[in-house]
Design a protein around this ligand. Structure first.
Ligand code: ACO
Length: 431
């Protein structure tokens, strides 16, 4: 993997210089990576707040070229997967490294389908939450609690336990997500229906009721499936890195995924889809776009255009392209006129031609359009980030499994300490 060496010269406090040779690794794609792990033995650390220049692990799952706007899962472009695959097939790909053949796919779908129900006592767990609890708050709690219900898949050293935990998480997330919503509107929980596919079953649990059979529109189910697929993985983002870090302490998988859900919740990450729709509602009319663009550019105003910008993409987020096209298709098929879509398109046009956004390479990200589709599908705004979490579960699990199945050490970053040097304690009378 390496034949090159980087030379680092570090000035010392006694005015000498320390020269250190560092190995340089070549990945199958992407820039070369300098291995700084041995620096600590020489008495130095690197400083990289926000990990802008740090590869935290080696991975074979997903590749992003942020400059070119490329996203590959196990080598397959996201556009091809969104067009030709489906969510569960993409889950198989992410977890196993290859697309399944017909038998493997059937077996995988059956396994997921057989795990859709949650332990009956989990239903009573919901009663501990306030009626108006945000569904993401419920998700953090209930997914973490799964480890109390499924002890038989928490031995992380056993590959079979890890596989069962993966199936359970992928299968039960839609059930728990729909239960969170039903709880918040005071409707009975709906049991999963295993005659429906993954996304249609989710819609049944969200919108069905025990008094009448669910009627699921294939258009809506297909759109839902594509949304799950487009969120399935995105390499070492904040929530996936959180799952890896939690997992590096050998915590059980359910606790690790609950940690990922917590990290996803913030508006800088998965919470952005909810924030986009709130922002579009607030803009309210195309005539007010300039005012909001000016606010976003004002250094003294904390406002940001939600759904714009990305740590890695400095070109169009390829998921946003697919999502935008899907938004057009879904709205046309359902015959919905959405004022927000008009505002979003105009906002995108203005921002993409504005020197501020051009210079800073701020393009629409996946969340910019996903909120509009979710709204058209009848999904309440508070559930947007939950749906992101459902789709992303497979990515979290795939990365966690890759780490646990290989060699890893507990994640333990260091710091640049700028506090007091040692000083003597002063008794309270003398302070
Ligand atoms: N609107 C206006 N200005 C922005 C925006 C925005 N949406 N995003 C970044 N900027 C500006 C910053 O003010 C900063 O300007 P400066 O250099 O003059 O100080 C510059 O662009 C760089 O921004 P950073 O915050 O340093 O970039 P970072 O990579 O740390 O953050 C992030 C990326 C969090 C996504 C940011 O672009 C943002 O807050 N976007 C809005 C929220 C959002 O859409 N999040 C979803 C991300 S995608 C996902 O998680 C699925």
């Amino acid at each position: 993997m390496t034949s090159k060496t980087a030379k680092l010269s570090i000035p010392q406090r006694d005015n000498t210089t320390m020269d250190i040779d560092l190995p340089v690794y070549e990945g199958s794609e992407g820039p070369d990576v300098v291995d700084v792990a041995k620096l600590t033995a020489q008495g130095h650390f690197t400083f990289d707040p926000g990990f802008t220049s740090t590869a935290s692990c080696e991975s074979k799952i997903t590749y992003i070229d942020g400059e070119k706007g490329i996203l590959l899962h196990r080598g397959y472009p996201i556009e091809q997967l969104a067009e030709q695959s489906d969510y569960l097939e993409t889950c198989y790909l992410l977890l196993n490294g290859e697309l399944p053949n017909a038998d493997q796919k059937r077996e995988f779908v059956d396994m997921v389908t057989n795990h859709t129900m949650v332990h009956e006592q989990i239903r009573t767990f919901f009663n501990g939450f306030r009626r108006d609890a945000h569904p993401m708050a419920i998700m953090c709690g209930v997914v973490g609690a799964l480890s109390a219900f499924y002890h038989d898949s928490t031995d992380i050293s056993d590959p079979y336990h890890r596989e069962v935990a993966a199936f359970r998480l992928i299968a039960k997330m839609p059930t728990i997500a729909a239960m969170s919503y039903k709880f918040s509107i005071g409707q009975p929980f709906m049991y999963p229906r295993n005659d429906l596919d993954y996304s249609a079953n989710f819609l049944h649990m969200m919108f069905g009721n025990p008094c009448e059979p669910s009627v699921i529109s294939p258009t809506i189910a297909r759109a839902m499936d594509r949304i799950f697929l487009l969120h399935a993985d995105h390499e070492q983002n904040a929530s996936t890195s959180t799952v890896r870090l939690a997992g590096s302490s050998q915590a059980n998988p359910f606790a690790c995924i609950a940690a990922g859900i917590a990290a996803l919740w913030g508006p800088s990450h998965g919470g952005a889809n909810e924030a986009v729709v709130k922002m579009l509602d607030e803009i309210g009319d195309v005539s007010r776009i300039d005012e909001f663009v000016a606010k976003a550019k004002d250094k003294n105003d904390p406002f940001r255009l939600m759904g714009f910008g990305h740590r890695v993409y400095k070109n169009f987020d390829p998921r946003a392209k697919v999502m935008k096209q899907a938004a057009d298709e879904v709205l046309a098929e359902l015959g919905i006129q959405d004022e927000n879509l008009e505002i979003a398109k105009r906002l995108e046009e203005i921002a993409l031609n504005d020197p501020y956004f051009i210079e800073k390479k701020l393009y629409p990200n996946v969340d910019f359009y996903s909120g509009i589709i979710l709204k058209a599908l009848g999904i309440p705004t508070s559930m947007f980030t939950v749906i992101f979490a459902v789709g992303r579960t497979v990515g979290w699990v795939a990365h966690w499994n890759e780490m646990i199945g290989g060699s890893y050490r507990i994640g333990r970053p260091r710091q640049l300490y700028t506090g007091y040097s040692a000083r003597d304690f002063v008794s309270v009378e003398d302070r």
